[in-house]
Design a protein around this ligand. Structure first.
Ligand code: PMP
Length: 359
């Protein structure tokens, strides 16, 4: 830290992204990326001709991408906001709608770690709400109309989802607050709440191309909501970074929508691989949460969570381990191809056997 940093940021604890190591080739099951490449239309669209236009700024309105998304989700252009990854939208949400006493925010104590970082970055008054013992969300904890609400659905890192009816209850109970539903993982088996945005002016649904649409490296996120909320986000965007989506990403985003079926099929494969791997892990003595996401959250009495993470890493498989007390026995394992999952299962079984044979 230099002596020049603003005093208010001196104590700020930044978000720690999952490892992206370059020391060796890993089976990467740590950041919930898709194991499948972007679709053919996307690959074709990023041509030398398009690259040669990088001397020109992208369209700051992003209307062609917004129209494509609006068509896919059955909403209007004015209901769509696009951004440089969905993290960017979360950032704008905290900037636009949250502050200290008048506009506090609440979110689950075990959830996506960035919510807390943004709250602290902006000095927002926030409250974390504990999950039940089985890591489920008790929706009544979010009633009260006393704070904005942020919920990842499915939640991360547990993968447990709320139904659309539950989201509606939460939304209805907070008519004077903004309810943000982060649907980063919704396409792998949970119910989307996008349809509710037509009925409620306080609901913002945030989505990403990073998971189900195989484009984590392109950085593209979008939000769907009432026109007023979207206009507020636009105001923040035009006050920070108007060209927030680069030309190639914009193009890739439009093309991906044309190949929607490819992505829907990939999600189906991932969901099947998730069920398969969970069943095998349970046979190995693991406990898993009922995940609807593209990751598994698992722990075993047979091995300490961190020990398993380190031993898998030493053998070329990267999973995500969190150090917070309530979840330190667990690992979050991204669901990959069937081959990757079989490798994970084989290596895990070896690690457990070696550990038990050395006693
Ligand atoms: N929300 C949740 C719950 C996530 O896990 C992630 C991925 N780290 C994001 C949002 C952000 O994704 P991206 O910025 O790649 O769209």
């Amino acid at each position: 830290m230099s002596r020049f940093i603003n005093k208010k940021f001196q104590e700020l604890e930044a978000y720690t992204p999952g490892e992206q190591p370059t020391d060796m080739k890993y089976i990467k099951l740590n950041t919930n990326e898709s194991p499948f490449p972007p679709s053919q239309s996307v690959l074709k669209a990023i041509s030398a001709e398009e690259v040669s236009k990088l001397n020109l700024y992208p369209d700051p309105t992003g209307n062609s991408l917004k129209d494509a998304l609006a068509g896919l989700y059955g909403v209007e252009r004015k209901n769509v906001f696009i951004s440089n990854g969905s993290d960017d939208i979360l950032n704008f949400f905290f900037m636009a709608f949250c502050n200290d006493d008048e506009h506090p925010v609440k979110f689950p104590s075990i959830s996506y770690g960035f919510y807390k970082v943004y709250a602290e970055l902006y000095g927002v008054k926030y409250k974390t709400v504990d999950l039940a013992n089985d890591f489920s969300i008790n929706i009544e904890d979010y009633f009260g109309n006393d704070a904005n609400v942020v919920i990842a659905n499915p939640n991360a890192p547990t993968g447990i989802a709320l139904s659309r009816a539950d989201v509606e209850e939460i939304d209805k109970a907070n008519p004077d607050r903004v309810v943000l539903i982060d649907e980063a993982y919704v396409d792998f088996g949970a119910e989307s709440s996008v349809a509710l945005t037509k009925k409620y002016d306080n609901l913002l649904v945030v989505c990403t191309y990073s998971k189900s649409r195989s484009m984590a490296g392109a950085r593209l996120g979008f939000a769907i909501g009432n026109e007023g909320l979207i206009a507020d986000l636009e105001k923040i965007k035009y006050s920070t970074n108007p060209y927030n989506i680069n030309r190639l990403t914009m193009l890739a985003g439009i093309e991906a929508i044309k190949d929607n079926e490819y992505y829907v099929n990939n999600c189906k494969t991932v969901a099947e691989n998730r069920e398969y791997t969970q069943k095998k892990l349970v046979e190995l003595g693991f406990e898993v949460t009922p995940s609807k996401a593209n990751f598994i959250f698992a722990k075993s009495e047979r091995i300490d969570g961190e020990e398993l993470y380190l031993k898998l890493k030493a053998r070329g498989i990267l999973v995500r381990h969190f150090t917070a007390n309530a979840i330190c026995q667990y690992n979050r394992i991204t669901v990959g191809t069937r081959e990757q999952m079989d490798k994970l299962l084989d290596v895990t079984a070896d690690i457990l056997n070696e550990k038990e044979n050395s006693k």
